[in-house]
Design a protein around this ligand. Sequence first.
Ligand SMILES: *Cc1c(COP(=O)(O)O)cnc(C)c1O
Length: 234
Amino acid sequence: MTDHAPQALAAIHQRIENAARQSGRASTSVKLLAVSKTFPADDIRPFYAAGQRAFGENYVQEFAGKVEALADLTGIEWHFIGPLQRNKTRIVAEHAHWVHAIDRLLIAERLSQQRPADLPQLNVCIQVNVSGEDSKSGVSPAEAPALAQAVAALPGLTLRGLMCIPEPTPDLAVLAGQFEQMQALLLHLNSQGLMLDTLSMGMSADLEQAVAHGATLVRIGTALFGARPAKTTA
Ligand SMILES: *Cc1c(COP(=O)(O)O)cnc(C)c1O
């Protein structure tokens, strides 16, 4: 098998750079998270060798296996981007650098309690259900400020910002509206005294729109690793 990682990474960096330039932003203001979920640990190695450090996983079992299998990769940065159940927080608290999908205080409290004292604070984002779809996790935009204040007060965690998965739609105006709402919400929270620097939004199909509306971290799976086998739990 040929190593497609350097080319795939270069292509995504190019897309980020183009999108950033069009909005008058520095491309360095957008971080790339490589979403490696469903792919075996060994598929991560060529991306690491090509310079990528931040990898995203969203199933706890799989996350734990990869952390162990890739313990030799110094400086690798693990982002847990999936929904977390209360009985599965410990392994994430002990091994992740970031958690993106906080949607209730209980989960943040458990991560806070379980974060080992000798590790740096765990970076967290609150997931906002910006499209209001029933099937999506995340708090409503109206609930976000109260949860953000409560999470920001917890020891062991650093609240970095907000994350969303918008409604998949071919309607660019609808998509833009959702990203804009996220950007406005982040500004609103910062006006209330929080110091949030992260908008985790933008995936393989919509990174340009996300960057145009202030994304600082894009989560890219398919465009780097290829198509995933269909999963029933999303
Ligand atoms: C799978 C996943 C991604 C990556 O999506 P692609 O469309 O493959 O780029 C991003 N964010 C979350 C939360 C995911 O679960």
